[in-house]
Ligand binder design. Sequence first.
Ligand code: PAF
Length: 285
Amino acid sequence: MKTISNIVDLQNELFEAHKEGKEIGLVPTMGALHEGHASLIRRSVKENAVTVVSVFLNPTQFNDKGDLERYPRTLDADCKLIEDCGADICFAPSVKDIYPEPDNRHFEFPPQTTVMEGAHRPGHFNGVCQVVSRLFYIVKPTKAYFGEKDWQQIAVVKRLVKYIGMDKKLKIVECPTIREDDGLAKSSRNTLLTPEERQIAPKIYAELKASVDYAKEHTVQETHDKVVADLNAVDGLDVEYFEIVDGNTLLDVPSWEASPYIVGCITVNCGHTPIRLIDHITYKK
Ligand code: PAF
């Protein structure tokens, strides 16, 4: 595996693969890699001739400076994991490489960018679109891999790919959420939880799972209210939002009959710092 930090070196390295029409898989990451990322990388290695894993902690998608400062940085361990998974290139550029000048482009794809994470983290998806579009232009992959844990992000990236005219040549591959044995969705932020917070965090997914049965006998509003009340009753958990939405438009549904595809999306603040944990559950598909 090669570790490359410079865009020209990366493009030279990919030149032959592009010329020969080889499949190139891109796994965009912000580092602090875990088993969830490993599953994306392994899948890309299986499905492509060349796999590039980008490790770039993108400042433009953090609306909270503290969150960016706290974000774990583990480049050596990341490179080892990327190599162990069989990827060909770890692309670890600097902020100057990705943004030689401030990125003034503004991406807005309502409602996907304006609801839920978009409403609670202003500018977040604009930053995601800035960096993901840069990576797509630089690598020109045939497939790009994203985890379903960041479910809304996938919907946004699909809109982005159409908007920048890459949808005919680039497939967005959605990969299942990888969970700890106790159900907590794997996330780089989990390492920031104290042992006490780590103990209560699995209650989020347990509640979401239990709500699927509850939903069979209750309305959307009742299901929503129960999830929020149960989780807020746990000392150390504070629901930022829980929305039960149409899986395509991401807009709230008034009833279970309103759509054939319904998903519940949640963000919970855990502990005193607090650490934002996001998760989702499918009610209907
Ligand atoms: O999901 C992430 O880790 C980031 O949002 C991404 C897609 C790597 C862009 O920085």
